[in-house]
Design a binder for this molecule. Structure first.
Ligand code: MSP
Length: 471
């Protein structure tokens, strides 16, 4: 039995969770449940990123004290994760006093690779980000996401010397010591690495107050990444605790938009701290809404609570783990959601359970507890983090059980009194279903629990369908 650490990106709390935030949690949860199924002990971190001007401004606009505002929103994220039936073990809020103290200690340990310098250039307050000259020119001076002109900025910042680590980061990626998935993103990162400048990791207090103070310089406050990335190890108690039981992480789940920070700044920080790099960075795509990026101004933001209310958490997990690609951008539409629920979850699986349990019950079929193993192909896909493919693989087997029943026609065998053949057919069908059920566990934890309880002696069909059809 091994010890395994799995992490998720910590969302900004300048609003309520949206459907896109579910991806990190769901993918990490599948990974974690699968590892637990294999007998490993898992620590699973989640959290919230609570500092920065955007959050500060939002609270001010609403006339709420900032701490109160972040408390409210952090709670929304915690409730959301629970609703998704995600089994996390640790939750870091970057405003936790423990985290802030540890982030300060980490800063001090990075000191040899930090220098003070003057920044003169462009900035987008909407993105809370410095803009390179190239980006400024490409966008003709206007932020495409916020439709606001970039601001000219001149200020002193501390910088982290990425240049000290570039060669070692490249080696770690190329040698597979730190795997980046999917592979085409690894290539993008390697390209980006060469042109990566040193990164600004602080801002003057006059520009940013809501953040962790920089140790030994009360004019500066930490800016975004050192504070945020540190959460993955402060969650384990670094620096005062020995974290080697769980660190390096087995897998860190992030969206493609923040992969570069995790694949460049984060390894640089870890190398400076003398810590090993995560074994795998898994980057997922974006969820689009009707083919477009979700945005409040377009009015196409999908509220995850509405989706959850519609058909419950298992349908939510089903759709986002099977119809949203693990690695590429994918589209959510209500139509697709309804179709997947009715045609697949209710039809392929719900109906199958109902009719097979009814057949077993009617014919007094006695189940010998079968020995269930995992399919090697499924294990391969799961080990490669190809969760959608693994889910597809099992679903095809679910559909095959349906076909098998259609072919075997147990009702005719019963009618003709072919007892032995009937026994054999039901045994095969139930065993095939339980084989699928075992592999579906990480994806659909409550449904698979229910199915496992139905198919024990005496097999009794559920009183109501597992997934009532809506059309
Ligand atoms: N606070 C930073 C992360 C710091 S991690 C040390 C951040 N927050 S975020 O709220 O913008 O994003 C949090 C996670 O949600 C990221 O992994 C991001 O990719 C993911 N998503 C945000 N919108 C998304 C979609 N529309 N679709 C899929 N994932 C999305 O970045």
């Amino acid at each position: 039995m091994g010890k395994i650490y799995i992490t998720t990106a910590i969302p900004y709390v300048n609003g309520a969770p949206h459907v896109g935030h579910a991806m990190d949690y769901l993918l990490a949860d599948v990974s974690s449940r699968y590892q637990k199924m294999l007998g490993n002990e898992v620590r699973f971190q989640a959290g919230t990123d609570e500092h920065g001007n955007k959050i500060f401004q939002k609270a001010k606009e609403l006339g709420i004290p900032v701490q109160e505002y972040v408390d409210q929103n952090a709670k929304k994220f915690q409730d959301f994760i629970k609703k998704l039936n995600v089994e996390y073990t640790d939750f870091v809020r970057t405003t936790d006093k423990e985290h802030e103290k540890r982030a300060g200690e980490i800063w001090k340990k990075l000191k040899d690779h930090i220098y003070l310098s003057k920044y003169e250039g462009w900035y987008c307050s909407g993105c809370e980000r410095f803009i390179t000259k190239k980006e400024y020119e490409e966008n003709h001076g206007i932020c495409p996401d916020h439709q606001k002109p970039y601001e000219k900025l001149e200020e002193e910042n501390y910088y982290l010397k990425i240049s000290d680590f570039k060669a070692d980061i490249r080696d770690a990626i190329e040698s597979g010591q730190m795997l980046i998935l999917p592979e085409f993103r690894e290539k993008e990162i390697l390209k980006l690495l060469d042109e990566s400048p040193d990164v600004s990791i602080s801002r003057p207090k006059s520009q940013l107050t809501w953040g962790v103070p920089v140790p030994d310089d009360d004019t500066q406050v930490m800016y975004v990444w050192v504070d945020a990335l540190a959460n993955y190890i402060t969650a384990l108690g670094y620096p005062e605790k020995d974290i080697s039981d769980f660190w390096p992480a087995y897998a860190q789940f992030v969206g493609k938009d923040i992969l570069r920070f995790h694949a460049i700044i984060w390894p640089a920080m870890l190398m400076a701290l003398g810590l090993p790099l995560p074994k795998t960075l898994v980057s997922h795509g974006m969820i689009l809404s009707n083919g477009q990026k979700m945005s409040k101004s377009i009015g196409n933001v999908i509220d995850p609570l509405e989706v959850l209310d519609k058909h419950g958490v298992e349908a939510f997990r089903y759709f986002f783990l099977r119809h949203i690609d693990t690695f590429a951008d994918s589209d959510f539409t209500w139509e697709k959601y309804e179709d997947a629920y009715n045609n697949e979850l209710a039809n392929d699986l719900g109906n199958l359970v109902q009719r097979l349990a009814t057949l077993c019950h009617k014919n007094n079929f006695k189940l010998q507890s079968p020995k269930i193993e995992l399919d090697p192909e499924y294990q391969k896909l799961m080990n490669e983090f190809r969760f959608k493919d693994a889910f597809d693989f099992v679903w095809e087997k679910v559909q095959n059980v349906n076909k098998k029943i259609d072919d075997d026609k147990p009702w005719s065998l019963a009618k003709n009194g072919e007892v032995k053949k009937l026994e054999e057919a039901l045994k095969n069908e139930v065993e095939s279903l339980l084989f699928c059920n075992q592999m579906l566990k990480p994806f659909l934890p409550s449904t698979t629990d229910k199915i496992a309880k139905i198919f024990v002696d005496p097999i009794t069909p559920p009183e109501s369908p597992l997934f009532p059809k809506t059309k």
